[in-house]
Design a protein around this ligand. Structure first.
Ligand code: SAM
Length: 257
């Protein structure tokens, strides 16, 4: 695949993997906030409300909170909204972590519908790896074993994911740079995930991933946030993202097969 130039990769991620002080604060970097850490306090509340629709189980919120231990994210106090469902000494969360919990539960519910107790996952376009960390927490709480979780991203972002995810005691994580991923992939995987990513790539890059990565996965869960949807995807179920964070006329949709 052709070389992709991307300032997150060339600047923020590169700095975060080479400079310890920068890594300790990368979630505060303006350029990083623009693409990833931009979930608002109000959206955080909407995610908490929707989490209660998605599950009535008591979740391990202190595990989710670990996601805010690195990179120094901006946090807000969600005591008024979380006090009924979590027993914590602090209720300060990055709203982005709440988004990962909400998506983690939607993905977990999808995995449950697959009727399997263990699985392999590929995620494409994974930011710093927060969704991976939170999905591990949820699956582990509910007895689903992730045998392999492969993250594919641009070269330096991929290294940042490795550095970030190494902070947690997680097994079976493989981080692959996109330009060198095909040789290292297994033949088959159970689940393909791509949130706010695949839809943002050029059509060529989308086609590359659909033909070579998505097509080796039984199931997919994609949050598609652009228009139109790539015509290579067909026979999917589409539901509007909730809470909706896209445009009124072209709402973000979650595609599953
Ligand atoms: C908007 S972010 C979404 C991140 C994450 N999925 C989330 O929900 O927070 C888009 C991601 O796609 C990655 N990306 C950009 N071009 C890519 C490519 N050609 N292959 C794989 N990932 C790419 C970016 O580095 C970034 O991690």
């Amino acid at each position: 695949m052709q070389q992709v130039t991307n300032y997150t990769n060339e600047m923020v991620a590169l700095q975060a993997i080479t400079d310890e002080h920068f890594f300790n604060n990368f979630k505060r970097d303006r350029r990083f906030i623009e693409i990833l850490e931009h979930v608002s306090y109000q959206q955080g509340i909407q995610y908490i409300n929707y989490i209660q629709v998605l599950t009535s189980e008591r979740l391990l919120w202190s595990k989710f909170m670990e996601n805010d231990n690195y990179g120094n994210p901006n946090k807000s106090d969600f005591y008024d909204h979380l006090k009924y469902i979590a027993d914590l000494s602090s209720y300060n969360f990055s709203p982005t972590t709440l988004r990962y919990v909400c998506f983690g539960l939607q993905i977990f519910n999808y995995i449950e519908s697959m009727n399997i107790k263990e699985l392999s996952i590929i995620e494409v376009g994974c930011g710093y790896g927060g969704q991976c960390k939170i999905l591990f927490d949820i699956c582990s709480q509910f007895g689903i074993k992730i045998n392999k979780y492969t993250l594919i991203d641009l070269e330096n972002v991929s290294k940042l994911q490795r550095k970030y995810l190494d902070k947690f005691n997680l097994q079976n994580i493989v981080t692959l740079p996109y330009n060198d991923c095909l040789d290292k992939l297994d033949g088959k995987y159970d689940l393909f995930i791509s949130n706010y990513a695949l839809g943002e790539f050029t059509t060529d890059v989308q086609t590359f991933y659909i033909d070579n990565v998505l097509n080796r996965c039984d199931k997919y869960f994609i949050t598609w946030n652009t228009f139109p949807i790539n015509s290579k995807l067909s026979n999917y179920k589409s539901v509007e993202e909730f809470p909706q964070t896209g445009h009124k006329e072209f709402p973000n949709v979650i595609l599953t097969n």
